[in-house]
Design a protein around this ligand. Structure first.
Ligand code: NAD
Length: 266
């Protein structure tokens, strides 16, 4: 039986990369998916052109998906997104707060010269955006009937290995992802009495349009830091999100799951 049969899921940042893979895996496991993003189309990938939008990809395969335009930094957008899910599908089982940016990734700066506007933008999307997603999703989940497992909902926030450890040049990104970890733990406590799970994932380097072009010498150093000698693929991350967001997860809340090919263990 599909693991998300009849489940209603929202995925933010679903147009590209990890969010797109999560939406696709959720569809393959029977969920109806609302693909929320500030843009509808995936970015063009050099040599591959532009792929079909995520919701179209799902609908073309017989699934049920919609695009909903949101800017996750805006409370009204997140509130409208959750209200839309409930109006169209009756409830919200799964919320994946995944949209994220790293403003400084193409131009890292040490802390003594770190631009405040990069810090503010990182926090607006990565921390405030995730907080607003948790806020409006949990407000709906705590008041809905539990599913067969006794759970009322599953929230998964995308943090990063940089929500657990530091790295030079990306203070804004690191700090905003540490905020996601703190938020996840606090929200998990708030939501536990209602059997709403709140967890985070901590991906390592993953091959998506998010990754800035890496000079070969840096790429080979980074590859050496991964026991599997490679970088993650969006599907590697999506399969772990599926577990945390499914009824297989009955007893996990408040964690940050490392999905990094073992990088942090080295
Ligand atoms: P990506 O750039 O492919 O996708 C990010 C998506 O978020 C895009 O579709 C973008 O349009 C959307 N987005 C950005 N700002 C938004 C906003 N204000 N409102 C709504 N949508 C917005 O990147 P990705 O690698 O798939 O990243 C997804 C998440 O994974 C991010 O939170 C990122 O920090 C995290 N992450 C990525 C890596 C990596 O190496 N790729 C590693 C660890 C964590």
């Amino acid at each position: 039986m599909p693991r998300l049969e009849n489940k209603i899921a929202i995925v933010t940042g679903a147009a590209s990369g990890i969010g797109r893979a999560v939406a696709q895996v959720f569809h393959s496991e029977g969920a109806k998916v609302i693909c929320a993003d500030i843009r509808e189309q995936p970015p063009a990938i050099a040599g591959q052109g532009v792929e079909v939008a995520t919701h179209d990809w799902i609908n073309q395969r017989g699934g049920t998906a919609e695009f909903f335009k949101v800017d996750v930094t805006k409370a009204a957008d997140l509130e409208a997104l959750v209200a839309h899910a409930v109006k169209n599908f009756g409830r919200l089982d799964i919320m994946i707060n995944n949209a994220g940016v790293s403003i400084e990734s193409t131009n890292p700066k040490n802390i003594w010269e770190f631009p405040q506007d990069a810090w503010d933008k990182d926090f607006a999307v990565n921390a405030t955006g995730v907080m607003l997603g948790c806020k409006y999703a949990s407000a709906q989940m705590i008041k809905q009937e539990p599913s067969a497992s006794g759970d009322r909902g599953w929230i998964v926030n995308t943090a990063s290995v940089h929500g657990l450890v530091g790295m030079s040049g990306i203070a804004g990104y690191c700090s905003s992802k540490h905020a996601v970890m703190g938020l996840t733990k606090a929200a998990a406590h708030d939501c536990a009495p209602y059997r709403v799970h709140v967890n985070a994932i901590c991906p390592g380097i993953t091959e998506t349009p998010f990754l800035p072009p890496l000079p070969e010498e840096i790429r080979s150093v980074l590859l050496q830091r991964h026991p599997f000698r490679g970088f993650g693929k969006p599907d590697d991350i999506a399969k772990a999100v599926l577990f945390l967001a499914s009824e297989d997860n009955t007893w996990i809340t408040g964690i940050g799951l490392q999905i990094d090919g073992g990088a942090l263990s080295m």
